[in-house]
Design a protein around this ligand. Structure first.
Ligand SMILES: Nc1nc2c(ncn2[C@@H]2O[C@H](COP(=O)(O)OP(=O)(O)OP(=O)(O)O)[C@@H](O)[C@H]2O)c(=O)[nH]1
Ligand SMILES: [Mg+2]
Length: 463
């Protein structure tokens, strides 16, 4: 299974920096390094102790001229990332030195690594499984510290363990099925097996459902809830943004049509990140600038997870209000009855009839902060089911994993359906094996070669 050639690549980002690293991995990593790195008269990379670092010089093989002053880290198999002999050459950063050293390394016998090939070797040599390899990529590409933390917990094998446990219990049931098929003369055995199949399938389904549920919450924690504040002009949308942000970001005036363009701001409400989009008030208008604003508001509605629809309760419900209520009917939304410090003129019965009990209504005032806590509470309950304890959760964030989990759920549906119809266990075995296989693709235990190649090719060079 071990690769026979030695690969090399630049492992740091190319650009001006203090240090650049050229990495070699493979059976000849040490010998090849000895050809172009000089670490002293009496020392050789091949003979020094493993996991040691040495001062030295890289020279050009053909001309013998000095390329750079370097520090060489020597790590022998198997205690390395790839589980192969590995040499890391720390040189001066920037584009020229690292590139020249890589060139010399290739001339000395190494092959240029493909993107992700180091990680692929770590996977092929059993150091990490596929979901962990993907976590490596997620850590590199993480855009927030939270996203990085989630990927790190995946790298530590949390998801892998869960999947392995699920597959293990499926395997037990599959074995029972096998026995039943081998000894068809025992009728009771078949009945018992059928019972076991149903219990296992249901249990695994509920565990997969939980993973998927947690993944939704993980997505929210990572990316935040996209929230659009909409309403007709002058109802207090920008005031709401300012109150939630606790600073005066948006311009607030008594003139209708103050906000002309959408404003985006992020904040956290009790640990949940929120991207707030303040929009231009929506109304039929001839003003071109305002029309464009209105169009943007409509787009904001489309791409939001949550709508805060602001009504002015000191006025009667207008046609525009009703239009907005209809426009957001299908979305997750909270209706705010704003300006509660003013006399109420809104016909609540009429509003409630329109809402049909489907959305939460909160009475607010941006002048007195009435209802703001209720609003925060309402947002939390809309998006976070149950207790959120980040430490205990396994966030499946990778789209490929989510897809496989969903397919496994379906395969288990088929298992249950077949079991209920009383078809032979040999037929059920097919569906259960399929579910088992799908889960195996998450960890890579049953991943086809093309998938592996395609996945690792998305990695960056040198990783
Ligand atoms: N009495 C009272 N006035 C409010 C309240 N909220 C906002 N206002 C006032 O209403 C006016 C309009 O507020 P904005 O926040 O600019 O309203 P908007 O919905 O953003 O308006 P456009 O940007 O024009 O669509 C301002 O004069 C605010 O001070 C409230 O709860 N009570
Ligand atoms: Mg405004």
């Amino acid at each position: 299974m071990f690769e026979t050639d030695t690969i090399a690549a630049i492992s740091t980002a190319l650009g001006e920096g203090a240090i650049g690293i050229v990495r070699l991995s493979g059976p000849d990593a040490l010998a090849i390094s000895d050809r172009f790195v000089n670490i002293g008269k009496k020392k050789k990379v091949t003979t020094v102790d493993s996991h040691t670092i040495h001062y030295g010089h890289v020279t050009d093989l053909s001309t013998g001229t000095l390329v750079d002053e370097v520090m060489v880290t020597v790590m022998k198999a198997p205690r390395t990332f790839t589980r192969e002999d590995t040499v890391e050459i720390n040189c001066h950063g920037g584009i020229v030195a690292v590139n020249q050293i890589l060139e010399v390394a290739l001339e000395a016998g190494a092959r240029l690594a493909e993107p992700g090939e180091f990680t692929k070797r770590a996977f092929l040599n059993g150091r990490i499984d596929l979901s962990q390899a993907e976590a490596v990529m997620d850590i590199i590409q993480a855009k927030s510290s939270r996203a990085k933390d989630l990927a790190l917990s995946q790298l530590e094998g949390k998801l892998s363990k869960k999947i392995q446990n699920l597959r293990q219990s499926m395997l037990k049931t599959l074995a029972a099925i096998e026995v039943t098929i081998d000894y068809p003369e025992y009728d009771e055995a078949e009945e018992l097996t059928l019972k076991e199949i149903k219990t296992t399938a249901r249990d695994i389904q509920s565990q997969i459902n939980r993973l998927l549920q947690e993944s939704k919450q993980g997505k929210i924690l990572r990316e935040g809830i996209k929230t659009a504040i909409i309403g007709r002009p002058n109802v207090g949308k920008s005031s709401l943004l300012n109150v939630l942000l606790q600073e005066d970001k948006a311009i607030v005036t008594s003139i209708a049509g103050t906000t002309r363009d959408t404003i985006e701001e992020t904040l956290t409400i009790r640990g949940i990140p929120l991207t707030l989009i303040d929009t231009a008030g929506i109304r039929e208008t001839d003003d071109l600038v305002e029309q464009i604003g209105v169009k943007r508001s409509q787009e904001a509605i489309d791409r939001s997870d949550l709508i805060l629809l602001v009504l002015n309760q000191s006025q009667e419900l207008t046609e525009e209000d009703k239009k907005l209520l209809a426009l957001t009917k299908e979305k997750k939304r909270i209706i705010l009855l704003n300006k509660s410090d003013l006399e109420s003129r809104l016909n609540l019965t009429e509003l409630e009839e329109t809402l049909n009990g489907q959305s939460q209504v909160i009475t607010t005032s941006m002048l007195t902060d009435q209802g703001i806590e209720d609003l925060e509470e309402a947002i939390l309950t809309l998006f976070m089911t149950g207790k959120i304890d980040e430490k205990d959760m396994t966030y499946v964030s990778n789209a490929r994993h989510i897809q496989l989990l969903k397919e496994a759920l379906k395969a288990l549906d088929d298992v249950l359906e077949a079991a209920d119809m009383g078809v032979g266990v040999d037929l059920i075995q097919i569906d259960l094996t399929r579910a088992w296989d799908l889960l195996g693709q998450i960890t890579g235990e049953s991943a086809p070669d093309e998938l592996l190649n395609q996945l690792f090719s998305q990695f960056c060079l040198g990783k």
